[in-house]
Design a protein around this ligand. Structure first.
Ligand code: KG4
Ligand code: ZN
Length: 343
């Protein structure tokens, strides 16, 4: 189908996202977030998130449909995140998608949240080069991917052995008293600090690591180093710690991404996921990719963090490519592998 009208539903974590796209044109991207309900716990509470999705689902769909200026009957298909994510939260989105699918007699695509983060880039920058490398950095995942075809063929080149990049931002923000979610808070604080004030470790960048696991990440050593520094330096400058910590993460993410480009000979890199909203990552990626002759694509910050448009974008690519929708009995899979683009 050409230029299908797709409604996307995202409920993998704490954002109820409803997006509507026609082809690669973004018509609406509506969010209801339960982030404030989690802030005092310093992390997302699954049960609270699930309940919030139930309450937000219908009002958010209505808002999005109104914003897009369409009628629900006009949509060609529904796309929904089937995983990975919080099990109870995913189930709410999947149930809503199936109910809509049955009521409107429209096909439903159960799609991968991680592939959706990459697919959203097509709404702003058009068709993805094939293959392209993708650095996927979110609160739950950090991976280097070889995307042969965003609809059905993604290979994993490497991933984090411990914390995800976003998780590291969130944990460090917590120990520095910067609140939750930590990524935007550290990003902000770092603007007043010196990137090179403190030399924090770059995980898995020893010669042996480059030989044995060149495209994997590890952030636990960095986390420990920052915690030790804070303990041993009572008069620390928070902005300098934030900036130096951020620099260590961003540096290693880009070192590995560019090494992957070099090894595979692929000259195109997409950076996606919540951490791709980071201003220093965006800035340094631009510099280093320009120097290395790599074409860089990063979605606008608002499309990097979880949203419904990204799910609609992947559904639209699948529908346009004539891929079959999911069987009606598909389920939410909290540990869905990054290589399973759809279910
Ligand atoms: O993709 P996402 O919205 O949700 C998941 O799929 O996990 O990513 C959320 C993560 C959080 O850890 C958040 O702290 C981080 O992305 N994040 C950032 C920034 N904005 C969001 N990290 C660094 N700098 C930012 N500006
Ligand atoms: Zn995400």
């Amino acid at each position: 189908m050409t230029n299908p009208l797709i409604l996307g539903i995202e409920t993998s974590c704490d954002e109820t996202g409803i997006g509507i796209v026609r082809g690669t044109e973004l018509l609406a991207d509506t969010l209801a977030s339960s982030v404030e309900e989690h802030a005092r716990f310093g992390g997302v509470v699954p049960e609270v998130a699930s309940r919030a999705h139930v309450e937000a689902m219908i009002p958010t769909i209505k808002k999005s449909v109104a914003a897009a200026g369409i009628n629900l009957n006009q949509i060609d298909a529904i796309a929904v995140t089937s995983g990975p994510g919080l099990a109870g939260a995913l189930v709410v989105g999947v149930a809503a998608a199936k109910a809509l699918g049955v009521a409107l007699n429209k096909p439903v695509y159960g799609v991968n949240h991680l592939a959706s983060h990459v697919a959203v880039d097509t709404l702003e920058n058009g068709k993805l080069p094939e293959p392209t490398l993708a650095l996927l950095v979110s609160g739950g995942h950090s991976s280097l991917l070889k995307v042969n075809n965003i609809n059905y063929e993604i290979e994993s080149l490497g991933k984090t052995l411990d914390d995800a990049a976003g998780e590291a931002f969130d944990k460090i923000a917590r120990v520095m008293g910067l609140g939750f979610p930590g990524g935007p808070a550290v990003d902000n604080e770092a603007k007043n600090g010196n990137n090179n004030a403190i030399k924090f470790p770059r995980g898995l960048t020893q010669a042996e690591d480059w030989r044995t696991r060149p495209f994997d990440f590890s952030f636990s050593g960095l986390k420990t180093a920052v915690a030790r520094y804070l303990e041993s330096t009572p008069q620390y400058k928070r902005a300098d710690v934030a900036a130096s910590f951020q620099e260590a993460i961003v540096d290693v993410l880009l070192q590995k991404s560019l090494a992957a480009c070099k090894t595979t000979g692929i000259e195109s890199l997409v950076i996606a996921g919540g951490v791709a909203a980071n201003s220093r990552l965006r800035q340094l990626a631009e510099q280093r990719c320009a120097d290395a002759g790599i074409r860089l694509r990063i979605p606008s910050p608002i499309l990097c963090t979880d949203n419904g448009a990204m799910v609609a974008a992947l559904g639209s690519l699948m529908s346009s490519a004539g891929r079959a929708p999911s069987a009606i009995d598909f389920s939410a899979t909290s540990s869905l592998a990054v290589t399973s683009v759809s279910v």
